[in-house]
Design a protein around this ligand. Structure first.
Ligand code: GCU
Length: 682
């Protein structure tokens, strides 16, 4: 039943039009692999199966290059000296994970070669070549060189050892700890394959809030089994390290990072792990955040904690990803300021193998947040991006929201920290400050649901995350286009409207949940649905009322110089923009300002009317998504069509729920009628 869903974007349906189909057939008569590693066997199988499915007949498998119209896969070292020479220039353009796909003339015969500096790079090349066919591109004269722009392209699974997934909406965890290490679920292989197809090269198996059990020998042998499955696909395994592990599983009295016994314990633990998993990636750490233990429990700081762990993994080439998501009830006047305040002063103090992992915005994965002020503000410290692919605050796996649009907005924001053009993407790929260590993390939306991600369109968010991690400058429209073609159909009558639907879906969710810079007004705990009225939680900064601050005078959080002065954490150019009501982009207005209900927006509407109209616009946009989808019926299998149709109906209902709940609640402060055009709540 769920065959289609399960295959993700690796559908390989025979979708090419006849002209292209004959071009493909005439250019691919045989496949030659010059390699023999496990990875190249995988690459070969992918090509063989993919081409057989796409073209309808199996290509001939050859053991050497004879005749013409071959597809050759080989890594650099296996190429003949003259081929090496021919490709010398191209090789100088790619990095160790980059690939070439090129039409060449070899022994006077036309061939297509897919190559790179090692077998994993070649595998990336193979998946990219197959994507050319899946998306109906010409392969007549190929000349592609492509390299990932970041080193660590990683999924963060918030998976617990009991298989529940924190903020996971697609079933239980894929990792079946009880049956591991001896039982290897086919899902592990399919997971690795899907990730490799988009260039993801790392996975953190455990939740940032996990206990220390994963670091015990009983679990490490299970981790080793997973690492063995993922290795040929170029995926390294990482684990979360609970800071108090030396106490909990090491029987020490303290976890003080300056304590010699603690230091030693982590050194031995690292050695133990690397003995079993020589290419273990390293640790992801959430410390002194939301009640998790950390160095501050011992009067130490983030640098002490991160560097101690960094020393433990350094001899083995490991990395510490230290999270900057911190806030505490002790300094609650503006939670948005805390990460910057705690981390920025430590710029340049972290060891070389530490990378600080920063969420895209300063609060917490809201439908829209301005870029995090730490980006660009720590020139001597590598920072990695943390996006959330699972839709904790964006309708779980029930609402259709195409996240690459959100990711792109953040990546292309200009921080101005090194003058105009200091885009977040340049911080992330290391080009702004020449950082060597770079990375992008995505909190996974994957579970054991038959279709992996719950909502069929949530697969696009996993796909798009991988593509942007590879190249943070990619356009979200290109990503949507690729994904739709690979997943559904190449028919332009399908692609055009559905692509637009995906692109518009991000603004729709902002409109019906948190327009004009509102944030954190969802219901408490589970974070689903509206809850702007919640005000009785024990910590002030958990309450939605803390964020919208609606009263008779207006609404919004004053973070300007006359408010909490959070604006001052940005570069002077951005302070100027955000600080003034006139220049602050309206999409961020209530993030930075408390604005009177009668304030005139750029289009002449009062704030109250504008807000109400935005909520209505969100509802209208979902209705339009439904229209588009209904017309897509003939291009989509009935199972996926019906699933999405039902989900959109829920989304429509819930967009209205958000609109009505928020407007009725805010209306008691504004004291104003709803403007015409806004449906009255029933
Ligand atoms: C959010 C989320 C938590 C998570 C935390 C984090 O607050 O609700 O479940 O643990 O982010 O990123 O650490």
């Amino acid at each position: 039943l769920a065959q289609k869903d399960y295959k993700l974007w690796l559908q390989f349906d025979k979708t090419a039009n006849t002209v292209l189909a004959s071009e493909y057939k005439s250019n691919i008569q045989g496949i030659v692999s010059l390699e023999n590693s496990e990875t190249s066997k995988i690459a070969m199988k992918e090509l063989e199966n993919g081409i057989a499915a796409l073209l309808g007949n199996k290509p001939e498998i050859k053991s050497e290059i004879t005749g013409e119209k071959n597809l050759i896969i080989a890594s650099q070292k296996s190429l003949t000296p003259d081929l090496q020479k021919t490709l010398q220039d191209d090789f100088s353009k790619i990095n160790s994970e980059g690939f070439l796909i090129k039409t060449i003339s070899f022994k006077n015969k036309k061939q297509i070669i897919i190559t790179g500096k090692n077998d994993i790079a070649v595998l990336y090349g193979v998946f990219n070549f197959l994507r050319l066919l899946q998306t109906n591109k010409s392969i007549q004269h190929l000349n592609i060189t492509d390299s990932p722009k970041t080193n660590i392209r990683i999924l963060n699974h918030w998976d617990n050892l009991d298989r529940t997934v924190e903020r996971g909406y697609a079933g239980f965890s894929l990792w079946d700890w009880q049956k591991l290490p001896d039982f290897i679920d086919q899902r592990y292989i399919d997971y690795a394959r899907a990730n490799a197809s988009i260039g993801i090269n790392g996975t953190v198996l455990t939740n940032v809030n996990a206990n220390a059990l994963i670091l015990t020998p009983q679990y490490l042998e299970k981790v080793e089994a997973l690492a063995n499955v993922f290795r040929p696909y170029g995926i390294k395994v990482y684990l979360t390290a609970r800071f108090s592990a030396p106490i909990e599983i090491g029987k020490l009295k303290t976890a003080d990072p300056k304590d010699p016994e603690v230091i030693n314990w982590w050194k031995n633990k690292a050695a133990e792990i690397y003995k079993q998993i020589p290419d273990f990636g390293g640790f992801l750490v959430k410390a002194n955040s939301e009640g998790q233990p950390g160095p501050q429990n011992y009067g130490r700081d983030h640098v002490d904690g991160a560097n101690m762990l960094a020393d433990a993994v350094a001899p083995f080439g490991g990395v510490i990803m230290w999270r900057a998501f911190v806030y505490s009830e002790h300094d609650a006047n503006d939670r948005a300021k805390q990460a910057y305040a705690e981390f920025q002063p430590y710029d340049g103090k972290f060891k070389e193998n530490v990378i600080v992992q920063v969420k895209n915005g300063a609060i917490d994965f809201q439908p829209r947040e301005p870029f995090h002020p730490l980006f660009g503000a720590m020139p001597k410290t590598p920072l990695m991006m943390e996006f959330q692919i699972t839709q904790e605050y964006l309708g779980f796996s029930t609402h259709l929201v195409f996240l690459p649009k959100l990711f792109q907005e953040v990546l292309e924001s200009d921080t101005y920290q090194k003058g105009k053009g200091s885009h977040v993407a340049k911080v992330i790929d290391g080009t702004l400050y020449q950082n060597k260590l770079t990375g992008i993390a995505g909190v996974s939306n994957i579970g054991n649901d038959l279709n992996w991600t719950g909502h069929p369109f949530a697969q696009a968010n996993w796909y798009g995350f991988g593509r942007l991690a590879w190249n943070p400058y990619l356009d979200s429209e290109t990503i949507a286009d690729e994904w739709l073609r690979c997943t559904f159909s190449n028919d332009e009558n399908f692609i055009k409207p559905v692509k637009k639907m995906m692109i518009d879906s991000r603004e729709a969710v902002v409109n019906y949940m948190t327009p004009l810079g509102l944030h954190h007004i969802m219901d408490t705990g589970h974070h689903y649905g509206p809850g702007p009225w919640v005000s009785d939680l024990s910590r002030p900064e958990w309450n939605p009322t803390y964020y919208h601050k609606a009263n008779k005078n207006g609404i919004g959080f004053d973070r300007s110089k006359s408010g909490t002065n959070a604006v001052s954490q940005y570069a002077p150019e951005m302070v100027k923009v955000f600080n003034s009501l006139e220049t602050c982009p309206e999409k961020d207005l209530l993030w930075f300002h408390h604005v009177s209900w009668d304030y005139k927006l750029k289009d002449g509407q009062t704030l109250w009317n504008g807000l109400a109209l935005q909520y209505q616009e969100g509802v209208n946009q979902v209705a339009e998504m439904q229209n588009v989808w209904n017309k897509a019926k003939k291009y989509v299998d009935s199972e996926r069509f019906n699933e999405v149709k039902m989900l959109l109906e829920i989304q429509q209902k819930e967009a209205k729920w958000w609109r009505d709940a928020c407007l009725l609640y805010f209306q008691q402060f504004s004291g104003k009628e709803l403007p015409s055009g806004v449906e009255k709540p029933t």
